[in-house]
Design a protein around this ligand. Structure first.
Ligand SMILES: [Zn+2]
Length: 409
């Protein structure tokens, strides 16, 4: 049941369903495929597509490779349609991208930062505002992923950098568009649920490894957020028996043994403070011992989470992908003894993310489109675009929007 009672509500509901389907499939399905999948009448689909094109939300292109007869149309992003500005703020740098309906990502800017809240978020806010002015009313919102727990929609703690209750919206400054601030692991999990290996999975666990490890339970496509929003913190469970003090304030956190900091520490190099990414990659490529130690620590924790949550699949992103690739056997060997007997009979799959390092950025994008792809969001868009140019047949040759940047799949 969708709750729509009037014909207007039903139409609004179907507009959302159609755009959602186009977005989720990456703008790859033909209009007739979508019509079938959504159970729409052909005439209804035509009217919906025409209306969405008129509102500057959708644009149809002939299916690639089509040769004979009436071309099959593939609905995709409108060249002047909505753009989500998505940001992945890591401990040493940030990446800003423009994302269109369907998930096409255009990287606009990548910059290192000094590790302070002001030195990170100040220039980032200016960059977002600059691109926002250029893209104008096309910007549907800004999604920002950060490498730390987020409370109450915008307060972040990044223990490695000494950030405590940093007010992200305040430091980004006035952006004039909806802002969603989220934890990098939770957003990577969201992207994995929408476009990766957690798609269609009812209960999954996602682990994201960068300087340390974040992890979250994913139920029916949603990362479990916690009461204040700071839920994606499996890395700060006391697993492994270490007595080392974690910068988060707790003792013996699992995340200290998995990730770039652990690799650096293992070979006696300086670590912490969001520095040493290149050296850590070097360690990952050359030190078998450091890689095995991290993979074993990862496996031990995975066993605990599998016992607790009974997931269908455990997905790994960031350095987790490389640890599984380089030392998958050690990871499994460390996991198995920790599994309950009932789990051992049919252990869950441990899979590498299909999205690699892009997950947090894509999740930030999804958080913006989740706000737009609602009856209210589309109505607000329509009101803001009363003079949207009509997508008439003579304009069908208009293909791609101009986002200015390095394009990425
Ligand atoms: Zn900790």
């Amino acid at each position: 049941m969708n709750g729509a009672t009037t014909s207007g509500e039903l139409r609004a509901h179907n507009r959302v369903r159609l755009l959602r389907a186009v977005h989720d499939c990456g703008a790859t399905r033909t209009r007739s495929q979508l019509t079938r999948e959504l159970g729409l009448a052909r005439g209804t689909a035509s009217v919906l597509v025409a209306g969405l094109a008129e509102d500057g939300l959708l644009h149809e292109e002939p299916a690639p490779g089509h040769t004979r007869g009436r071309p099959t149309q593939v609905p995709g992003p409108h060249p002047r349609g909505p753009v989500a500005l998505a940001v992945d703020v890591r401990e040493d740098a940030w990446e800003l991208a423009a994302c269109e309906l369907g998930g096409r990502v255009t990287v606009l800017d990548v910059r290192p930062h000094d590790g302070t809240p002001e030195g990170t978020l100040g220039p980032l806010g200016e960059a977002i505002a600059g691109h926002g002015r250029r893209l104008g009313a096309r910007v549907a919102g800004v999604g920002v992923a950060l490498a730390g727990p987020i409370r109450h929609g915008g307060l972040v703690d990044i223990a490695h950098l000494g950030w405590r209750s940093v007010d992200v919206p305040a430091l980004l400054g006035s952006l004039g568009t909806p802002l969603v601030v989220g934890n990098d692991t939770a957003l990577a999990a969201l992207a994995e649920a929408r476009r990766g290996r957690l798609r269609g999975v009812r209960v999954g666990v996602h682990l994201h490894v960068d300087f340390d490890l974040g992890g979250v339970l994913v139920l029916d496509g949603h990362a479990v957020a916690g009461a204040s929003g700071a839920g994606a913190e499996f890395g700060h469970m006391r697993i492994g028996g270490s007595e080392r003090r974690c910068p988060c304030g707790a003792i013996g956190c699992w995340g200290m043994d998995v990730g770039a900091n652990a690799l650096l520490r293992h070979v006696g190099l300086a670590y912490g403070g969001g520095r040493g990414r290149q050296q850590a990659e070097q360690v990952l490529a050359t030190s078998e011992e450091a890689v095995l130690a991290a993979a074993r620590a990862l496996g031990r924790g995975v066993a605990a989470l599998v016992n607790a949550h009974d997931p269908e699949v455990v997905t790994l992103s960031g350095h987790g992908v490389e640890l599984r690739e380089r030392a998958g056997e050690a990871l499994l060997a460390a996991c198995e003894p920790g599994l309950m007997a009932i789990r051992r009979d049919c252990p869950p799959r441990i899979e590498a993310s299909a999205l690699g390092w892009r997950g947090s950025l894509l999740g930030a994008m999804e958080s913006v489109f989740d706000g737009l792809l609602t009856p209210e969001g589309l109505e607000a868009w329509r009101k803001n675009h009363p003079d949207q140019a009509r997508d008439t047949p003579d304009r069908q040759s208009v293909t791609h929007s101009t986002l200015d940047g390095e394009s990425a799949p």
